[in-house]
Write a protein that binds this ligand. Structure first.
Ligand code: SF4
Length: 471
């Protein structure tokens, strides 16, 4: 997927004017956002679990080489194969090779952000292999030829009405708005695809070093059918998914579902270890794990290492006022919301995504809800510094920030300047009480008036209060 993150502002404006999108995004607040609050309230040790989750991921990242080698050894012991991919091109070539070696014409896929990151579907199609998405949300966006707009709910930007129209136009069946019937239609179509698939491709929420297992969580059971029915199973996962033990996985799973959807546990949790054994009744004959780096090893030891703790729960976007207004597609690449604003510049380069670290009010909600306590605003701030250093912002902004920085570092000058500015603006706006436009404040006044200052500055009032004066 070609990044279009530089168009964030235009896309966000379009999103604000799209009533369907606004309606769909409104559901996140009453659904997942509220669900997380209730789930966290019901579990007294939730905050303690978040600390444990952070520590598990930090420990795994600090010993990543050790745990990756241990994971590979256990996969081999179980009869599987591990393929190391330095970048997206290598990962695509490896998966294409596995498919072609097995004469695959159709592959089923369960939801995988890594597959999105490497553009797997387009690549397989170009090689004459048909990929079929089996997660309901992914199935919907595949029909619409769109990228996902959310980590957990790829089609969260659509209303039920839009899905009804899509299914009526795609399936040879009467239009329905009944959710059960809509799911039933998708199930009928996909059941046939599961049975016809030669290869099943899944992602992994966690890779377990002590057993060589891959773990997926879903609410639809589609990962189970994707990995269990075809004769070949391919897991595509990035390096930082490896954690030491099954016990660690269960700690992380307890915070993952609660943070993502407010569930105590996802409906299906599947542990996949190696291919089918002689005593097994079913399962794949081949088990491949493709381990993708794609720049992650360079993040180890850098100021962005904390980002590798991410367990892709989506809580940061569910609680981000910018995401909830602009939706995921405005971010212009695979990863969206606050986590996308940190990760996208990492993967596509800050030159192609420098708008994203600015797509934040820095309210701090993302960090407050992140189950592995990633300091997202701080990481976005690092990118803003990088953007400034590389001169990616217009010179007027650079000059403005330079002057502001000079004044802000000199408290006496700052107080004097704000006193003068407040007095002048107060006098100029006395008649109307607000400004409909102001030079250098067009971004503010484009969509609302700026209230004219009244009375004294905060510092003047504070000083007076401390001296024991009236409030
Ligand atoms: S950054 Fe944190 S809150 Fe956001 S998706 Fe990752 S783990 Fe979840």
């Amino acid at each position: 997927m070609q990044p279009s993150s530089l168009a964030f502002q235009t896309k966000a404006s379009d999103a604000l004017a799209d009533p369907n999108l606004q309606k769909a995004l409104g559901g996140i607040k009453t659904g997942w956002q509220r669900g997380r609050i209730l789930a966290a309230d019901r579990l007294p040790e939730f905050e303690q679990l978040r600390d444990q989750a952070r520590d598990i991921k930090n420990h795994a990242l600090e010993h990543l080489d050790f745990y990756l080698e241990a994971f590979e050894a256990r996969v081999l012991d179980a009869g599987g194969q591990v393929h190391w991919a330095r970048d997206a091109a290598e990962a695509r070539a490896i998966i294409q090779g596995i498919c072609q070696d097995n004469g695959a014409k159709t592959v089923t896929k369960s939801k995988s952000m890594i597959a999105e990151e490497i553009g797997l579907n387009d690549h397989l199609e170009a090689a004459g292999i048909t990929p079929v998405e089996t997660d309901l949300g992914e199935y919907i966006i595949q029909l619409r030829k769109e990228p996902p707009s959310h980590l957990v709910g790829p089609a969260v930007h659509l209303t039920r009405d839009q899905v009804s129209d899509l299914f009526a136009a795609t399936h040879d069946l009467p239009r329905t708005e009944d959710p059960t019937e809509l799911v039933g239609q998708a199930r009928t179509v996909l059941r046939q695809k599961y049975l016809a698939a030669d290869v099943g491709i899944t992602g992994a929420n966690f890779l377990i070093a002590e057993t060589g297992s891959a773990i997926t969580v879903t609410n639809e059971g589609n990962a189970e059918l994707t990995q269990g029915l075809p004769k070949v199973h391919v897991v595509i996962a990035s390096l930082e998914k490896v954690i030491p033990s099954m016990e660690d996985a269960f700690t992380l799973l307890r915070v993952l579902a609660r943070s993502a959807t407010g569930q105590e546990f996802s409906t299906y949790t599947t542990v996949m270890t190696g291919p089918k054994r002689t005593e097994d009744h079913d399962g794949p004959e081949q088990f491949h794990v493709v381990l993708l780096d794609n720049g992650r090893s360079k993040m180890i030891g850098s100021k962005f290492q904390d980002m590798l703790r991410c367990i892709r729960c989506g809580a940061c976007m569910n609680n981000c006022p910018v995401y909830l207004a602009a939706g995921g597609h405005a971010y212009g690449w695979v990863y969206v919301g606050p986590m996308g604003s940190v990760l996208t510049p990492q993967f596509v380069g800050i030159e192609s995504a420098h708008t994203l670290p600015n797509a934040s009010s820095f309210c701090g909600r993302c960090e407050e809800v992140c189950p592995v306590r990633i300091p997202l605003p701080n990481l976005m701030r690092h990118w803003r510094e990088e953007q400034f250093k590389r001169q990616l912002v217009p010179s007027t902004v650079r000059w403005g920030l330079g002057i502001w920085g000079y004044v802000a570092k000199r408290p006496a000058l700052y107080r004097f300047a704000t006193r003068v500015a407040m007095a002048m603006l107060g006098r100029m706006g006395r008649k109307e009480g607000s400004f409909a436009s102001l030079p250098l404040a067009g971004g503010w006044t484009a969509s609302r008036d700026l209230p004219a200052p009244q009375g004294k500055t905060f510092m003047q009032q504070w000083k007076k209060k401390r001296r024991g004066g009236a409030r």
